[in-house]
Design a protein. Structure first.
Length: 174
C-alpha cells in the first residue's frame, strides 16, 4: 500500500475516514461510518489504547513493522465493548507466537532529515515463545508556512516485547 503509518494504512478501508492534524507524529482522528472519533474504540492486542482525556488513540506511535493484522468492526459494538465502541472497533494485532527464529532489520532515510530504523527478533517452540521489536523514527520537520523559521520536528521510539508460555492451566502471556 505504500503506507508509512497506521493512519495512512487504515485510511484505505471503506467506511473509515481518517484525519491527521499535520505532519509526522501528529494525532489522527478515526471516524467509522460517520460516528464521532471519540466513539471509535481502538485496541492493541485486545487492550484499549484510547487516550483518557480526549479519547484519541496514539495511532501515530504504533509501528507498522510490529503489526500482524488489523481487524475493523463497523457499526454499534457497545454491547460488547461499552460506550467507547458506539461507532466501531479497530483491533491492531501485533506479531507474536513465533514457532521458529525470525529476525528483521529495516533502515530508511528521506527529506527534511527523516530517518527510520526498525529491528526485531522472535523465537520459540511449542512451550514458550518470545520476541522484541524496536522502531525509531525522526524528522527535522518542515516549516508550516514558507516564511516561518519554525520547523515541526518529531521523534518517536517504540519498543514492543512479548512472552508466551504454556502452563498447566492454559497459556500465560506478557
Amino acid at each position: 500500500s505504500g503506507a508509512e503509518t497506521v493512519p495512512g494504512l487504515i485510511r484505505f478501508y471503506a467506511g473509515l475516514d481518517v484525519s491527521v492534524s499535520g505532519g509526522p507524529g501528529q494525532p489522527a482522528s478515526v471516524f467509522i461510518r460517520g460516528a464521532n472519533s471519540s466513539q471509535t474504540l481502538v485496541l492493541l492486542n485486545g487492550v484499549k489504547v484510547n487516550g483518557g482525556n480526549i479519547g484519541e488513540p496514539p495511532l501515530q506511535n504504533i509501528s507498522l513493522s510490529a503489526i500482524q493484522r488489523i481487524v475493523i468492526v463497523e457499526g454499534p459494538t457497545a454491547a460488547l465493548y461499552g460506550s467507547d465502541g458506539i461507532g466501531g472497533v479497530i483491533d491492531i494485532i501485533t506479531r507474536g507466537h513465533a514457532r521458529r527464529f525470525h529476525a528483521h532489520v529495516a533502515l530508511g532515510a528521506g527529506r527534511f532529515g527523516t530517518t527510520t530504523e526498525s529491528a526485531g527478533a522472535s523465537d520459540g517452540n511449542s512451550s514458550i515463545q518470545g520476541g522484541v521489536d524496536i522502531h525509531h523514527e525522526q524528522t527535522d520537520g518542515f516549516p508550516p508556512v514558507t516564511a516561518s523559521p519554525l520547523s515541526a520536528g518529531f521523534e518517536n521510539t517504540t519498543i514492543q516485547a512479548f512472552l508466551r508460555a504454556r502452563v498447566p492451566t492454559g497459556h500465560l502471556e506478557l
